[in-house]
Design a protein around this ligand. Structure first.
Ligand code: ZN
Length: 806
């Protein structure tokens, strides 16, 4: 009996094997091989999509689709659809109903004839990329999540024309890439038909629907609409200023590129609980409402950050949307221009701010945070499958790449650079290009050898290390021992015995200084007149501290003195940021002293608006009972220290921090804070985060276990906050138990989350920990998983480094 069964099984397996012959196994995700093959043979892609959106977010979203495309010869065609076979309700290929064949996240259409093909589908969408909330939803398909919502060719270089119809509850509104063409209402529902789009990539197709308020304005002849849920009238009153910023960014880009705004319209949506800063869907740009609506008395950093966000997404209309990368390994080519142009546009809007200073703060400082770690990566990295595309993003492409692009622009000169970019855009408008296309065009506009230049800066990881040798010569070293050379000039300032490197702030790297030079910097920083010089010295000091060259307390005292005397707000906030890091990651014995330094800064009227920044830094690190009591009084009476301005969101953060420190009063603090929260969206967020500060270990454990389930991480910023509070520095001993399971969950987090979330998940887990036990747990995890995916391992190494130099 047993033998016979084995024989039948063997025969069956042979039959399966034979049936499978002639066809390669299907790889899940969107592999580069599949994408290349499709891009080579498929063209003229059009999607006509219709979705029925139920008001109840637990009811499924259903859709229909007509997909047409041209094949250059008879061949096998695969559509990407991550949901299972059971989600396809009907499939018609060229007019004939056919059985559904689904394998490894793909719909197999079989061999299709040369010429135009038409596929008709009815399906149930997966929820992952629909971001369904009570009262609203928004799609977010970057980098390859359109395939969770509908079957498609989910790769950036098969651009398509999309037309869309939405069936909505009659009290909802909606916005998509195309403008509204028609509306019909019947039986409590309404049908909205949207205009077809220009050719766009699947990751840029989007719609937003629900209960949204809509504001309209035309500035400088450019009409715009904003969809928002904010209820605070003071915040809503900021919208005219936001419209002005959008319109001026559009006009600036038109002028620079010589190409008129390349899409039909510019609507934008300010979304609560949004997982990114923004996303550049043409015609329906998404922003996090936190950076669009500012709190009263915003700091210079907050004003710059708002402007950077608006200009960044606007620059993407040209770089990213109209001209798109072939594959996500070149996603940096769109991010670098968005970041770089954002800086070019934001600078002149703030004449009181030194642009070189704000660029250094915005780009160099966060770039160093990752580039100094063992988990750093090259700007351009190979990517085999779009299921890993989210891991390509990080400070290296957002912050280091614009520094490198600035060097390139300086090498070429501004006019040649601009001419090159204009040629590049005109050549590839509404199409796709890669880095080689760009560098080949730029190369024609300059005598410089850009290909050689870009090798070390773009294709290799890490940054150069510099020191001055005994003869006074500057030496460059590759800390990764590859013998790599980075073409770059580095200035040396000699003052007596002292040699200071990169005072100008124009160089990028780690500049090693001896103790004499470091002491000189700390004693004489005020003598350096340019703000860029002072921030470059600050960065030098901090990086040398991380390398063990300045004791933490020495640096902390210097930073406090510096912040109290420095006139530039951006430099004060930089010093405060470094002080906060020293308090969080330094030895516990230092914290009372750093706390005292920060408290005196938060009470010092010389800091102006940066007093509020100092106060907020202080609330995150406060430990002494006296200070905690004083913060409690601020929260209770809602009377901040003179000079400090706090809004509802600050008081909510303060209440959560106080609940952590005052367990016996925690519940009443949180209950009272809850009653002070004015908006339903913010109340939902508060209720989600609140149990993560509970004094009861069992409650916190249950919050942590809940976060291991994807459905509880749906609103990523909320999940991130909860994970941060669970791993708060004051709770780190008890939170050691969360480290291993949080790391074990990381691959699932990557699969079920949006592009930035794996990085945020691991950072929220590890940033509150600074013990050898925590380090050992991370090392133990990596040792136990020797074949762990390298891109994901880098995220762990970046988060675990805590500022230490690798
Ligand atoms: Zn971007």
């Amino acid at each position: 009996m047993k033998d016979r069964r084995m024989t039948i099984l063997a025969l069956l397996m042979a039959a399966v094997w034979l049936a499978g012959c002639g066809r390669k196994p299907v790889e899940p995700g969107v592999s580069q091989t599949l994408a290349r093959e499709r891009a080579a043979h498929i063209s003229q892609v059009r999607y006509a999509l219709a979705f029925r959106l139920p008001e109840d977010r637990t009811e499924p979203v259903e859709g229909t689709e007509t997909l047409t495309f041209t094949l250059d010869g008879r061949r096998e065609v695969l559509l990407d659809f991550r949901e299972g076979e059971e989600n396809i309700k009907s499939l018609t290929v060229n007019g004939k109903s056919v059985p559904v064949r689904w394998e490894a996240e793909h719909l197999l259409l079989g061999k299709l004839p040369k010429g135009e093909n038409r596929i008709d589908l009815a399906f149930v969408s997966g929820d992952q990329a629909l971001n369904r909330n009570d009262g609203y939803l928004y799609t977010l398909f970057v980098p390859a999540l359109a395939r969770t919502a509908f079957p498609c060719f989910d790769q950036p270089n098969l651009k398509a024309v999309f037309s869309l119809q939405l069936d909505l509850p009659d009290h909802w509104v909606a916005v998509s890439d195309g403008s509204l063409l028609s509306e019909t209402v019947n039986d409590g529902r309404k049908q909205w038909v949207f205009n077809e789009t220009k050719p766009i990539s699947t990751y840029l197709f989007s719609f937003v629907a629900g209960e949204w308020k809509v504001a309209e304005e035309t500035v400088d002849g450019f009409p715009m609409r904003c969809f928002f849920r904010e209820t605070d009238p003071d915040k809503v009153a900021q919208l005219p200023e936001v419209f002005r910023q959008v319109a001026s960014a559009v006009r600036w880009m038109e002028d620079y590129t010589g190409i008129p705004f390349p899409f039909e319209k510019y609507d934008f949506i300010a979304i609560p609980g949004y997982q990114f800063g923004g996303m550049e869907h043409p015609g329906a740009v998404q922003f996090t409402d936190k950076r669009i609506f500012l709190n009263p008395e915003p700091s210079v950093d907050q004003l710059l950050s708002q402007s950077d966000l608006i200009t960044h997404e606007t620059a993407h209309m040209w770089f990213g949307d109209a001209v798109t990368m072939q594959w996500f390994d070149d996603v940096w080519t769109k991010e670098v221009f968005a970041g770089w142009f954002a800086a070019q546009m934001t600078g002149p809007r703030f004449p009181e701010v030194d642009t070189h200073l704000s660029d250094f703060k915005k780009f160099n400082i966060p770039a160093y945070e990752e580039d100094r770690t063992e988990g750093t990566n090259a700007i351009k990295r190979p990517l085999d499958n779009l299921s890993d595309a989210g891991l390509i993003y990080g400070n290296i492409i957002y912050d280091k790449a614009p520094v490198v692009m600035g060097m390139l622009a300086a090498r070429m000169g501004p006019e040649a650079f601009r001419e090159g970019l204009q040629e590049y855009l005109k050549t590839f408008l509404y199409g796709n290009s890669d880095w080689n296309d760009l560098i080949a065009i730029l190369d024609r506009h300059t005598p410089e050898d850009l290909v050689a230049w870009s090798r070390s800066w773009v294709s290799e990881k890490g940054m150069p290390e510099y020191c001055v040798d005994k003869d006074g010569a500057v030496r460059q070293r590759d800390p990764w021992s590859r013998g790599l050379e980075w073409p770059q000039e580095v200035d040396v300032t000699g003052i007596g015995e002292v040699r200071l490197l990169n005072v100008s702030g124009k160089g990028y790297g780690y500049f090693v200084h001896d103790s004499l030079s470091l002491e000189y910097m700390m004693a004489h920083i005020r003598d350096f007149e340019k703000p860029l010089e002072r921030i470059s010295l600050l960065a030098n000091l901090y990086e040398n501290h991380l390398d063990g060259r300045i004791p933490a307390l020495r640096l902390a005292r210097f930073l406090a003195d510096f912040a109290a005397a420095e006139p530039e707000p951006l430099l004060v906030s930089t010093a405060l940021g470094y002080l906060g890091s020293l308090a969080r990651h330094g030895a516990a014995a230092l914290s009372p002293e750093i706390e005292g330094l920060l408290e005196s800064l938060a009470r010092n009227p010389a800091l102006g608006k940066e007093q509020t920044t100092a106060f907020r830094t202080l609330t995150g690190i406060a430990q002494s009972p006296e200070l905690t009591e004083s913060l409690y009084q601020v929260w209770k009476t809602r009377k901040p220290w003179p000079g400090v301005t706090l809004s509802e969101t600050h008081y909510t953060a303060l209440a959560l921090e106080l609940a952590l420190r005052l367990p016996e009063r925690g519940e009443s603090i949180l209950e009272q804070q809850r009653s002070r929260i004015g908006s339903a969206d913010r109340l939902r967020e508060f209720d989600f985060v609140r149990p993560s500060v509970s004094p009861d270990r069992a409650v916190r454990d249950s919050v942590f276990n809940a976060l291991l389930q994807p459905e509880n991480r749906r609103v990523e910023p909320w999940a991130e906050s909860a994970l941060q509070y669970l791993n708060h520095p004051l709770r780190q001993a008890e939170a050691l138990d969360y480290i291993r399971p949080a790391l074990e969950a990381l691959q699932d987090v990557q699969r079920t989350g949006d592009i930035f979330f794996s990085k945020k998940w691991v950072a929220a887990t590890l940033q509150g920990h600074s013990s050898p036990e925590a380090d050992a747990l991370v090392e133990g995890f990596l040792a136990a998983h020797p074949d762990y995916p390298p891109l994901l391992k880098d995220k762990i190494l970046q988060a675990a480094a805590h500022g230490r130099r690798h």
